[in-house]
Design a protein around this ligand. Structure first.
Ligand code: PMV
Length: 348
């Protein structure tokens, strides 16, 4: 990692050092569930994701010597842990780059937070890029990805346009555990439909859930083997732009992960009744010849991968399933980027 020596960062500034970044959410086509180092947040296995267009978090950070403590405002901060995770990340940035100032953080997501839509992915990617800009760190994208990983494993994948692969690395310090680009949004013609069945925050967060699965599921090792086996196959199919192969592999990955979750003690059951009904509906659509496959994260929402030509029909069918409150539509989109605040004068 290119660590910026403390003497390169101004020690006291009259003006706050401020920057704004936007980062998208992403969903894993090939999931990770389990950490090889919990403190450094290093995954056991690699993962492959699609960057979601239009599901974004905008974050402004201002490091200000006049502040006595960090101030965090915005959406998705209803739980005490959400705020403390951001402060812990700021502490990490301060320690690594020799910064003493506290920060004001304003973060806004345009999609439901805390229910399996990877708000932590977009949130920590945006926070990382905003910190980089505010402090003038000039980090490489691999360094940004590895740093964002400390906030949330999936955040490491939100920097890239289109599709990304997370490498678990092998170094004990986690410095080679970061994501890289797999290809632009056009690589795979696909629409991603999110059938929202509940907007309540999930009961068990992913860090606790992963630890429970690793400690108690008799299928944990088998799940890791399945993930390692599936990754190169899904990568090859993706690079060939072959949705008819990517779709089933993505569905298998999600189902194998949920099998490991369900076999944990006590079981991790993230699904609701409507989750099952959506899975059944997608299977029925497939029986009718429509290319559609499900993937599900640590929450009740079902994400459906479908051919763009069939997306309207599939979206309408999902909206008719009892218990589905709405269907969000997305496609592969752009990765994280620096922006000016949306409204002049807006900011932290
Ligand atoms: O790293 P986290 O806390 O965002 O956990 C991600 C876990 C899954 O979404 C279930 C899988 C994945 O690879 O994104």
């Amino acid at each position: 990692m290119g660590v910026c020596p403390a003497w390169e960062v101004p020690l006291a500034d009259a003006e706050p050092r401020r920057a704004t970044a936007v980062a998208p959410s992403n969903i894993a086509l090939l999931k990770y569930w389990g950490k090889r180092d919990v403190r450094l947040n290093v995954p056991e296995t690699g993962s492959i994701s699609v960057t979601l267009a239009g599901l974004e978090t905008q974050t402004t950070v201002a490091f200000d010597d006049a502040l006595a403590e960090d101030r965090v405002v915005g959406t998705g901060l209803d739980t005490p842990t959400a705020r403390s995770r951001i402060v812990a990340f700021l502490d990490l940035v301060r320690e690594r780059f020799g910064v003493t100032a506290h920060a004001q953080v304003r973060t806004e997501s345009n999609f439901p937070v805390g229910a399996g839509l990877a708000s932590s992915a977009s949130g920590f990617a945006a926070l990382t890029l905003a910190c980089d800009g505010a402090l003038g760190l000039g980090l490489e994208v691999s360094e940004l990805s590895a740093l964002a990983r400390r906030g949330s494993g999936s955040a490491a994948r939100s920097f890239f346009d289109g599709f990304a692969e997370m490498d678990p690395g092998s170094r004990a310090d986690g410095s080679d555990a970061f994501a890289h680009a797999l290809g632009p949004p056009e690589l795979l013609p696909v629409e991603i439909l999110v059938a929202v069945v509940s907007e309540q925050a999930k009961a068990v967060g992913s860090t606790e859930g992963m630890a429970r699965t690793a400690a108690t599921s008799p299928f944990y090792r088998a799940w890791l083997d399945a993930a390692r086996d599936g990754l190169p196959r899904l990568r090859d199919a993706l690079l060939a732009g072959d949705l008819a192969t990517v779709g089933p592999l993505a569905e298998e990955s999600a189902m194998a992960m949920h099998a490991a979750m369900l076999s944990s003690r006590p079981p991790l059951l993230y699904w609701r009744g409507a989750t099952v009904e959506v899975v059944r509906r997608v299977a029925a659509l497939r029986d009718m010849g429509l290319g559609a496959w499900v993937t599900i994260d640590a929450g009740p929402q079902v994400k459906v991968l479908t051919e763009p030509a069939h997306a309207d029909t599939v979206a309408q069918s999902l909206a008719e399933v009892e218990g589905v409150s709405r269907v969000l539509r997305s496609r592969p989109g752009p990765g994280a980027r620096r922006v000016e605040p949306r409204v002049a004068g807006e900011g932290a």
